[in-house]
Design a protein around this ligand. Structure first.
Ligand code: NAD
Length: 462
């Protein structure tokens, strides 16, 4: 870690530069975003793939689909719309303010801090950076220490494209984050766990810095008695085992109508073998747990459940040498089991059954509001009942995770799963202040507001 003076010097340089950056035109911002796109899509594409393989054996195609593609797509969307977003928007003015015009200006927040996690390091560092650049801000990026190879590539990309008084990337451990959080940023965009989200919000409150908190939690998946079981299983496997379950919006646990559990389990065993063969460890489509700490946390939770009246329906093996955990489906009966208490963030999928939908909905509502809630059902009545009687950051019906990929949808949690939204226009709004502007044209048009309070003025108000 560098000493804290280095960070405040950098902060002050960006602060001094913020009006220059903030006054750039939409064309200039688009030029920067296109350069970033080229650096990710062409110049450094193989380096990104190699780094993620070194960090946790992430398959190359998965890197392309879940790290590179979403960032490139976000840049395309933002560059197509930025001109429109940056236009001063005229809004109507009430009669009482006759003689005035009203506008909304999306002005930059100023100097911003982006702290990102390790699980999709490219996507979750550059994603918010795109919104910050679109908004006309200067930015300090602090990626996770847990994917150091990817951080090195990102650091090179940023240093090649930007002067540090505009965008700088700082590599470092938790202490680096803590030092940065002492500075009076104008906005902090944090992606990570709810526990650290609270630390970030607490630090931000010292300067009344606004925050976007993209957090996690336990995302439930309901499969009702009307669902197409084969299709539901295939999609849930995709959602749960992409990135080895180390995804904030992966299905965390299943709530299945007890009448279809047998068929679900049978289909799961068949499809998991088709996708990853009998031995997923040998499959080149399956990554590893990021490090020993997280591997141990997951194995402890699995063993805890095995000791608590659970039944491993599929998988359940692991290899400590390689941070490998087999894709695992486990029926959990004991609510105290660790798997049902904390966000899993790995390839273990607990299953609970329910007798009627009220029970499933009550169970979800007994926990913190999830980041995502998934429903597999052919019944509109059941689907509407679940949506109307639960709360969640986002919901996908008859699939999972796809809600992340539509730029027209806000992405983010609610309360414990997050504050504020990202992606497209919603991400741009987080990095801008909606400044109101009222211009009066006709002198004296609203003079009746000021004393003396005559009878005539009283009549006008009445
Ligand atoms: P984390 O909260 O441990 O770390 C995230 C970042 O915060 C890292 O850069 C880390 O260096 C920093 N950090 C860690 N402890 C800190 C502290 N005490 N003070 C200041 N900074 C600190 O999260 P993680 O393990 O990297 O990622 C997993 C979590 O992130 C999961 O909960 C997951 O659901 C969530 N997540 C959410 C989203 C989303 O978009 N909502 C996306 C990905 C991950």
């Amino acid at each position: 870690m560098k000493d804290s003076n280095t960070y405040s010097e950098l902060f002050n340089k960006q602060k001094a530069n913020q009006f220059y950056i903030g006054n750039t035109t939409y064309k200039e911002r688009i030029k920067k975003l296109k350069k970033l796109k080229d650096a990710i899509e062409h110049t450094n594409k193989q380096a990104i793939r190699d780094a993620l393989y070194q960090d946790f054996k992430k398959p190359q195609l998965e890197v392309d689909l879940t790290e590179i593609y979403p960032v490139i797509d976000e840049i395309k969307f933002v560059t197509q719309n930025l001109k429109h977003w940056l236009k001063r928007e005229q809004v109507s003015t009430p009669m009482a303010l006759f003689g005035s015009s009203s506008y909304i200006i999306n002005e930059p927040k100023g100097v911003c801090l982006i702290i990102s996690p390790w699980n999709y390091p490219i996507n979750l560092t550059f994603g918010p950076l795109i919104s910050a650049i679109a908004g006309g801000n200067t930015v300090i990026l602090k990626p996770s220490e847990m994917t150091p190879n990817t951080s090195k590539v990102m650091s090179k990309i940023i240093a090649d494209l930007f002067d540090e008084n505009e965008v700088a990337l700082i590599e470092g451990e938790v202490e680096t984050s803590q030092e940065l959080l002492k500075l009076p940023f104008n906005h902090i965009f944090f992606t990570g766990s709810p526990a650290v989200g609270k630390i970030v919000m607490n630090a931000a409150s010292k300067h009344l810095t606004s925050v976007t908190l993209e957090l996690g939690g336990k995302s439930p998946t309901i499969v009702d008695e009307t669902a197409n079981i084969e299709k539901a299983v295939g999609k849930i496997i995709y959602g749960k085992f992409t990135n080895t379950g180390q995804t904030c919006i992966a299905p965390d646990y299943l709530l299945i109508d007890e009448r279809i559990k047998g068929d679900f389990v049978k289909s799961f065993k068949k499809q998991i073998t088709e996708l990853f063969s009998e031995n997923a460890e040998a499959s080149d489509s399956y990554s590893r747990i990021v490090n020993q700490k997280h591997f141990k946390r997951l194995v402890d939770s699995l063993e805890d459940s095995k000791n608590r009246n659970s039944k491993v329906e599929s998988g359940g093996n692991y290899n400590v040498e390689d941070n490998y955990i087999e894709p695992t489906l486990i029926s959990v009966l004991d609510e105290e089991s660790q798997l049902m208490q904390e966000e899993i963030f790995g390839p273990i999928l607990p299953l609970k059954t329910y007798k009627d939908l009220n029970e499933a909905v009550d169970y979800i509502n007994s926990k913190e509001k999830p980041l995502a809630l998934y429903i597999y059902s052919k019944s509109k009545k059941n689907t509407d009942f679940i949506i109307d009687n639960t709360r969640a950051g986002g919901t996908c019906v008859n699939h999972n995770m796809l809600q992340y990929l539509n730029h027209n949808l806000p992405f983010g949690g609610s309360n414990n799963s997050g504050i504020g939204k990202s992606h497209g226009y919603f991400g741009f709004l987080e990095f801008t202040n909606q400044r109101s502007l009222l211009k009066q044209h006709t002198l004296g048009a609203v003079d009746f507001l000021k004393p003396p309070y005559t009878n005539l003025k009283q009549k006008l108000v009445d």
